[in-house]
Design a protein around this ligand. Sequence first.
Ligand code: NDP
Length: 319
Amino acid sequence: MESKKALVLGCYGQDGSLICKSLLEKGYKVIGLAKAKINNNQRHVELNIQDDLEIVEADLRDLSTLTEVFNSNIPDEIYNFAAQSSVGLSFEKPIATIESIVNGTLNILEIARHSSFDGKLFFAGSSEMFGDTQIRATITHSQNPKSPYAIAKQASYNLVKLYRNIYNIKCVTGILFSHESPYRNKNFITQKIVNGAIKCSTNKKTQIRIGNMNVFRDWGWAAEYVEAMQLMLKAETMKDQIICTGELNSLEEFIKLTFEKLNLNYKDHITSEEILFRKTDIKYSCGDPEPITKDLKWKAKFHMNEVIDKLLEYQIKNN
Ligand code: NDP
């Protein structure tokens, strides 16, 4: 039997790299789409998959190139991660952010519509579209996006739903809460904390400046989340899902625990400075994992404590 074919958009990012590895292990033929091929495959090299998939260079905003890629590699499954994925940067680059997420998603949906695509499509949505979640968010939680990034994710989530309902395209959104791995972009706060703490353990004079520590997040492990995404496409009914752990912790707790694991007191090294606070910080962001557990039997095994252990273990080994 011919192996299944998957097209991974944003294949060089954290989730893109991890899902490529997971799909290859399951015997898929994987085609990765990258905005730029050159000097960008470090994660694939670390995961030792650099020779196992075909990489095509295309910007998701470029409909004609994307159509060519699609027509020469008609996939069974498409995973769309391509995005300018930093909330902070989206205030500085709103056009690039919205174009990469909304136009990119619309392009792939339009290609699916015009080609009567019979496969399945996953879109990486974001918990940011909810804004603050005072209670664990389910799919029907009120939406209050507070950044250009969140607005783009909300619009794309609605487009995916529209194309599913109107054109019967088999497409779904996984609304992702924060998920980490050693492959996360280095500018994300969790990477800054873990790498900073390791530096503090070797150089006791190290000082780290950060923004608001009084924000609460639901942190999970990326390698588990990419398995949930695949289960969503295997399901009989195409249904949007929240992918999360359901555990809420403050950034201060994340920092304290990370430093404690290295026998350090974070108060000796970390300063929280108001000048670094975001314009519109979300205070609480937590999801309800019960629906996905009930529907797909998926449950996060790793919560904040284990996530920190795994990040520290990797960084200490590879520093
Ligand atoms: P990354 O930033 O690591 O990966 C995104 C990838 O998309 C990058 O490789 C980037 O390439 C690529 N990309 C950006 N713009 C374009 C474009 N116009 N055309 C083609 N490719 C493009 O993100 P993650 O892997 O962490 O996240 C995966 C997805 O999940 C993203 O959509 C993100 O917004 C979403 N998400 C992630 C969360 C998390 O905690 N990680 C939480 C919630 C949602 P380049 O680097 O060259 O720009």
